[in-house]
Design a protein around this ligand. Structure first.
Ligand code: T1G
Length: 659
């Protein structure tokens, strides 16, 4: 048995050969699997005992796409996917794809090159390449458009739409849905195709259907303008439109295929795609359970949220939305009966540390033995609470971001006392809520909040020096931040921001800077709590943010009070550099303090939880791309230019070592 047979298995059912892709964990269609598939098919083409072929996948899915790691080599090894797909499409015998689990990217492209596609219930079919900064590079743009139509294909590739079997059948992507044994159904289809060639469909030969006719050059131009605006920073989106336009204009399949392959190669080598591929793997690394406890996670059906205030209400709402049964206890003193059958108990009280310790003690005494205990208010340092609970090994920190009632990321804090089992259980809890997760070691605050604080500190200083909230937000949104910081604070609540600053100052942080985030504190003191109060860094008409000169006046008075020089012109570059490099330098501090386990975790947290542009890969990846020497130079320049804040521009040892 040669090497190849190991990644592909062949079985026979009558005169039908079943080829099973067997390359765990996702049957990624990399060089080895492409080669094995081609060689197996070349054998079967000449085999007189075989009338048809079924291609399927082993394990959880059909195929999770091309091997993303192959792109980092910058070369697609031979046989390339287009060669294999072309061989299948022109194969002398019917080839049927039997799809289960997932058919994604190159996996769906493989299926599109087959003569028929059958899927099991529960399958998901998608061309998600745009989320990696690339396009379908092995026929997807050309074949999908022929199968489901021009506009639906463009939409599916721009939105990484995930088709259910029913949707795929209705769209023309599938030929049938298996309700029984998928392989048996596929073998039956293949046998029928062998005797009824009319059932066979060579996708490349399918004409681009009307409404292709109306999609003239003019409307592609209009679409391009729309896409350029909507997907700013993501060059792959325009390439999707270009490739489909090429298909429409040339009507020659191979022309379109070549055009697509060139576009794919350009994007594969682009910084944007490298950044997004970096994030793909970082997000998985950040949520990797501690080695000792891999395996099925704990189950979470019933949760208790303890404490009153916006945060606990937001968390309770998020858990209810995820379908958990929630007991919301908003007073002191927890009765054991209230905590019966609780899988997780989360302290989220706006109270003194002493009151929180009492709550933790009650949680420890009243919760069932296997309950996961957590704090959502001191996720960055919670040893005192863990010890007070009497079950320190079962205590974790949970940081929900961005807006608490619709979080996207759960950052899990692990104290020295927290067991790996509890961290693994917290990961399972995050997955249960449908959140991306990241593990950090507790210390002086968790990764997300520390990065955010450094970023917002710089925003406050820029306001003191004369920048307006509009200018700051516009500069950072042009850089790619999902929402400008001032509008973000207005959404999240200036009051919550000011309370967070208050906690830091009470803990003795930033004692050397009397002006520390004074604009935020002053707006709070004026009752400008943000959008919910129709005024914060902006004033709000309905939900539209409008500039408000009052903010500038407040900043000017504070600048006078604290002796801060106002500047007439601060460039967009400086605004972006100061805010982003503050994050970067804080990132290096978190690495050197061991709070962040690796730079990739910081990137994953920032991109998933704080709206950092994915096409820049996160602050640490961005800094790496700019070069440590360059970043070091900029930090020093800002420290020299702002001696009163030099300490915050002091480059971390990790960065100095890299430069
Ligand atoms: N290539 C390489 N490794 C992959 C991979 C891939 N396509 N997909 C997953 N992995 C690894 C992943 O890093 C992890 O590794 C393990 O498999 C399990 O993944 C030419 C250009 C399929 C829905 O975008 O969305 O085809 O951490 O933890 O939660 O046009 O993985 O264990 O070491 O995510 O069950 C297009 C990417 C590629 C799909 C399974 N395909 N994958 O989710 O497991 S580009 C995608 C996923 C392409 C062609 C183009 C998910 C999944 P490790 P996991 P999961």
């Amino acid at each position: 048995m040669g090497q190849d047979e190991k990644v592909i298995r062949e079985t026979r059912t009558g005169r039908v050969s079943v080829l099973t892709l067997a390359l765990p964990p996702v049957n990624s269609f990399g060089p080895a699997l492409r080669k094995a598939t081609l060689e197996a098919l070349q054998r079967l083409a000449a085999d007189p005992d075989v009338d048809a072929v079924v291609i399927t996948g082993d394990g959880r899915m059909f195929c999770g796409g091309a091997d993303i790691r192959e792109f980092d080599t910058g070369v697609i090894a031979e046989p390339g996917p287009n060669l294999v797909h072309g061989y299948i499409e022109n194969f002398p015998k019917p080839v049927v794809a039997a799809i289960h689990g997932y058919a994604l990217g190159g996996g769906l492209e493989l299926a599109l090159s087959c003569h028929a596609r059958i899927a099991a219930q529960g399958t998901r079919l998608s061309l998600p390449e745009i989320s990696l900064g690339i396009i379908p590079g092995s026929g997807g743009t050309q074949r999908l458009a022929r199968l489901i139509g021009i506009e639906p294909a463009i939409d599916a590739m721009l939105t990484a739409r995930s088709f259910t079997p029913a949707q795929a059948l209705a769209a023309g992507l599938l030929d049938d849905i298996s309700t029984g044994d998928l392989i048996e159904d596929a073998v039956r289809w293949a046998s029928r195709c062998a005797t009824e060639p009319a059932l066979l469909r060579r996708t490349c030969a399918i004409g681009l259907q009307p409404p292709a006719a109306k999609m003239g050059p003019g409307s592609f131009q209009a679409l391009r303008a729309e896409v350029a605006q909507k997907y700013r920073g993501y060059p792959a989106a325009l390439k999707v439109v270009d490739c489909v336009e090429k298909a429409v204009i040339s009507q020659v399949f191979d022309d379109g295929l070549r055009y697509e392959a060139d576009a794919f190669r350009t994007l594969m080598l682009s910084d944007e795609s490298k950044a997004m591929r970096h994030l793909f793997f970082c997000e998985r690394e950040a949520a990797r359970p501690p080695a000792a406890v891999r395996g099925p996670g704990a189950r979470f059906a019933r949760a208790a949220v303890i404490g009153s205030g916006t945060q606990s209400a937001g968390i309770a709402l998020a858990l209810q939305r995820a379908g958990l049964e929630v007991v919301h206890i908003d007073g002191d003193g927890i009765g054991a009966s209230a905590l019966e059958g609780i899988d997780i108990a989360i302290e989220a009280a706006e109270a003194s540390i002493e009151a929180k310790q009492r709550l933790a003690r009650d949680m420890g005494t009243s919760c069932p033995p296997n309950t996961l205990l957590a704090t959502a208010t001191c996720a960055g340092r919670f040893d005192a609470l863990a010890q007070a609970s009497g079950r320190p090994q079962q205590f974790v920190g949970l940081q929900f971001t961005t807006t608490v009632d619709s979080p996207r990321l759960l950052e899990i804090g692990q104290e020295a006392c927290t067991s790996d089992e509890s961290v693994s259980a917290a990961l399972a809890f995050g997955k249960r809520l449908g959140l991306a997760c990241a593990i950090s070691r507790a210390g002086e605050g968790l990764v997300g909040p520390r990065l955010l604080e450094a970023y917002l500190r710089e925003v406050d200083r820029l306001l003191l020096e004369g920048c307006t909230p509009s200018r700051i937000d516009t500069a950072l949104e042009l850089f790619g931040m999902a929402v400008g910081p001032c509008r973000w604070m207005d959404l999240a609540g200036v009051d919550d921001q000011a309370k967070a600053v208050g906690r830091l100052l009470r803990d003795g942080r930033h004692a050397d800077d009397a002006s520390y985030r004074q604009v935020c504190q002053s707006l709070h003191a004026m009752g400008r709590h943000g959008r919910k109060a129709a005024a914060g860094y902006f004033r709000y008409q309905d939900s539209t943010a409008l500039p408000d000169p009052i903010v500038g006046e407040v900043a000017m008075q504070l600048a006078t009070q604290f002796g801060i020089t106002r500047r007439l012109h601060i460039s967009d570059d400086e605004i972006v550099e100061r805010c982003i490099f503050s994050m970067v330098n804080e990132g290096y501090a978190l690495l050197s303090q061991g709070i962040a386990r690796q730079a990739g975790d910081i990137d994953a947290i920032c991109a998933t939880g704080y709206g950092f542009p994915r096409y820049r890969g996160g602050p640490m990846h961005h800094a790496e791309r700019l070069g440590a020497q360059h970043v070091l130079g900029r930090l020093q320049a800002y420290g020299d230019r702002m001696p009163r804040w030099r300490a915050d521009w002091q480059a971390q040892s990790v960065l100095q070592a890299l430069a």
